[in-house]
Design a protein around this ligand. Structure first.
Ligand SMILES: Cc1cc2nc3c(=O)[nH]c(=O)nc-3n(C[C@H](O)[C@H](O)[C@H](O)COP(=O)(O)OP(=O)(O)OC[C@H]3O[C@@H](n4cnc5c(N)ncnc54)[C@H](O)[C@@H]3O)c2cc1C
Length: 481
């Protein structure tokens, strides 16, 4: 009998999260007007002049006009899941895009959706699902805004797809002077690789035309892989076999098997038609129980081992399960909301060439131990080469390692984490790799320049398109010359 997706018990939900990415996150971050703002990392904050809730295109134009008149900076915010002040700046007017979230059009034949930038991937999935369509590239989870995703040029778990820029046909951008440009690879083409992956520094993305794909049915399989053989496994068992769509590797964060045991979950294409039962979009359940269980691994080594062992047995049970692409791409996340007054969960991501994966993992193990990092989860994804965005993290075919670290927020602990992060960045750079810009601003300017050799040109273009530096955030303040 065919097994379908079930989420009635806590362990699968926890594991689907881990499969997704592994992160603790305040999913709906309240953004008060005229107050202090932060993001889900809660390490940085800023006092902003005003928060404008955007409902219409005219609201954006009015806010920009006010900023010009009063000589204020403007920051743009989606769902605030970046973790280094990319969506705010001290004294700025912040445009809160979350209510600017309509789906404007779906061309089913061309499989292209036009959507306002405050909409989330969940909104897109709900709209596309009845038409048998699904998102091509997004993060592991669906809670992020389209504008925030374009501005980070996100990547996901589909080994056949590059970063998000690959699935974008065009978008409309409002510049600092209030004028609107259509941007594509053929119209205002200069802006295309700057805005995608450009962290809101060129203008406000109003809406975008994004390519979708079929809502295929997959069979989930999890296998044990020796991490030393993982690069070969990717080449021969995933890329060479055309039937694997989504893939996610997991490295152990348990003390006894730290970064040496590894599992890989793969979603293989089937010819099974999408029945009504399979097509139903899964909703998250057991949020509180899952939150409690996941919390144990923040506090205790035995909690981490328990989590890792539970993963192994649950994935064994799930082998062979059928599920649609849309359901594989909406794992539970709400239970990860974490509001500890003293601590926070932080994400980091490192990209290393396939053949440098093993030395990177070995070096990382040493850093995690010597720096006593409270590492909770590590996932691994394949990233094909894609240099279209100017601030591309995928300048070569890579494996991306995503680390979830729990840390105290005291100045002393943050300084310690900063030092450890710089060691990890150096390690990635030594292996010819890079790191992701959407998280903390710990890397030095020198490390940033090495990882992103196009940065100087990027900042020159910024000054050309926005000479008054109207669009501003803490990322620009930290790294621009
Ligand atoms: C739990 C978690 C899981 C994650 N998983 C992944 C993953 O699987 N893959 C991945 O690639 N990344 C992942 N990320 C990183 C995430 O994709 C990025 O931080 C993304 O930018 C978040 O989108 P957001 O809507 O929260 O954007 P925000 O944090 O609100 O903003 C991010 C940037 O986008 C800009 N921006 C937002 N809207 C607009 C707009 N309309 N016009 C112009 N600029 C705009 C902002 O100014 C800012 O610079 C994850 C992060 C977390 C916390």
């Amino acid at each position: 009998m065919r097994r379908t997706l079930r989420r009635a018990i806590w362990i699968p939900a926890v594991l689907l999260y881990a499969a997704a990415f592994g992160a603790s996150v305040a999913v709906r971050l309240a953004m008060p007007t005229e107050a202090e703002v932060t993001d889900v990392g809660r390490l940085m904050k800023a006092k902003v002049r005003k928060i404008v809730r955007i409902n219409t295109t005219e609201d954006v134009a009015r806010a920009l006009e006010e900023a010009r008149r009063r000589g204020l900076k403007v920051s743009v915010a989606g769902t605030n899941h970046s973790q280094g002040g990319q969506s705010f700046y001290e004294g700025a007017i912040v445009l809160d895009m979350k209510s600017y979230n309509k789906v404007l059009d779906l061309d089913v034949d061309r499989r292209v959706i036009r959507v306002q930038s405050g909409a989330t991937w969940a909104d897109v999935q709900e709209y596309a699902n009845p038409h048998g369509l699904a998102v091509r590239t997004m993060q592991s989870s669906n809670v992020f805004s389209i504008g925030g995703s374009l501005s980070a040029n996100v990547h996901g778990r589909d080994t056949r797809e590059g970063p998000l820029i690959d699935s974008v046909e065009s978008f409309r951008l409002m510049l600092a002077d209030g004028s609107i440009r259509n941007v594509s690879r053929s119209e205002n083409a200069e802006l295309f690789p700057l805005v995608i992956g450009g962290f809101g520094l060129f203008g406000v993305i109003l809406d975008a035309d994004i390519r979708l794909t079929d809502n295929e049915v997959y069979r989930e399989r999890t296998v044990h892989v020796d991490y030393r053989a993982f690069p070969d496994y990717v080449r021969t068992e995933i890329l060479a076999k055309g039937d694997v769509a989504l893939t996610l590797g997991r490295l152990s964060a348990a003390p006894d098997s730290l970064l040496s045991e590894m599992y890989v979950t793969r979603y293989e294409k089937t010819n099974v038609p999408v029945s009504a039962a399979l097509a139903r979009l899964a909703e998250e359940r057991n949020v509180e129980v899952n939150r409690f269980v996941f919390g144990l691994s923040r506090k205790f080594d035995w909690g981490k081992s328990f989590f890792w062992d539970a993963q192994r047995s649950v994935y064994a049970k799930q082998n062979g399960m059928l599920l649609t692409r849309n359901n594989a791409m909406r794992p539970p996340i709400e239970f990860l909301e974490y509001r500890d007054a003293q601590k926070t969960d932080l994400l980091q991501e490192y990209f290393v060439p396939l053949d440098r994966f093993v030395p990177f993992v070995d070096g990382m193990r040493e850093i995690v131990r010597s720096e006593e990092l409270n590492l909770m989860n590590v996932t691994v994804r394949y990233v094909p080469q894609n240099e279209e965005a100017m601030l591309s993290y995928a300048r070569q075919e890579s494996l991306a390692l995503v680390l979830l670290i729990n840390s105290k927020r005291s100045a002393r602990d943050v300084a310690k984490l900063e030092a450890a992060t710089r060691r990890l960045v150096d390690l990635a750079l030594e292996q010819g790799g890079s790191y992701y810009l959407t998280y903390q601003l710990f890397p030095t300017r020198e490390q940033f320049a090495k990882a992103y050799p196009q940065a100087e040109a990027f900042f020159q273009w910024k000054r050309k398109w926005d000479p008054e530096l109207r669009f501003m955030n803490e990322f620009y303040a930290r790294y621009a010359p």
